[in-house]
Design a protein around this ligand. Structure first.
Ligand SMILES: [Zn+2]
Length: 216
């Protein structure tokens, strides 16, 4: 397990140049067509998970996000903020939606704890990012706006997204731990507004201070 984690850090460092994060932006008239069309099976999967997590009924669509990012940055999701009232929509990159669907088909394939090579870890990393994007955007839908808080809360719900898509609790916790040690750790350098020293076991953003099973 220790060797696997060290390997994971090495593998994810390789993709660190492409730092992924999720944003929020105003809802625009140009979004109407995408939000109005019937949901695809992938979108229904994402919507069902977001509904379970938020206990609200957000609309989720997979498509162009309508945001620009600096070179080397990848925005994986965006929550659309209406002029008044709570956000009720989020968009995911099509590749994130694909990973959600693939994950649901065979969750065990994306368990970083079973990886013995880089290719497996890269796949686990991509799936973890897709799960984390859903939980991140869900916290925006719940009304949170501060990115470092949203990202920390989202990470603590990766296990929930994973188990909603059929993973065991143990696998969900391994994926969350993997995300914490790799993608989240990189944020301090690559996307510092999404990182906080208060995001740790017992820190200000710990949603379950009585539990030490961080970050799940
Ligand atoms: Zn965000």
């Amino acid at each position: 397990m220790r060797a696997a984690i060290l390997l994971a850090v090495a593998a994810v460092a390789g993709v660190a140049a492409l730092s992924a994060h999720a944003q929020a932006r105003p809802l625009r008239p140009a979004d109407a067509a995408l939000l109005k069309r019937a949901a695809t099976p992938e979108e229904l999967v994402a919507q069902a998970v977001a509904k379970r997590l938020t206990r609200l009924t957000p609309t989720v669509r997979c498509g162009p996000l309508g945001v620009s990012a600096p070179p080397g940055m990848l925005v994986t999701g965006v929550t659309l903020l209406p002029p008044h009232g709570p956000a009720d929509y989020f968009l995911l990159l099509p590749q994130e939606c694909n990973y959600l669907s693939w994950f649901r088909q065979s969750p065990e394939r994306y368990d970083p704890g079973t990886c013995t090579d880089d290719a497996c870890l890269q796949l686990a990393s991509k799936a973890a990012l897709a799960l984390a994007t859903v939980s991140h955007e869900s916290y925006h839908v719940l009304g949170y706006r501060l990115e470092k808080q949203v990202e920390c809360y989202g990470m603590q719900s990766i296990w929930f997204v994973a188990t909603s898509l059929g993973a065991s609790v143990a696998e969900g916790q391994r994926i969350a731990g993997f995300y914490w040690k790799t993608i989240y750790a990189e944020r301090r350098q690559t996307t510092p507004s999404y990182w906080s020293a208060d995001c740790r076991d017992g820190g200000k953003y710990d949603l379950r201070p009585a539990s030490h099973n961080w970050p799940s």
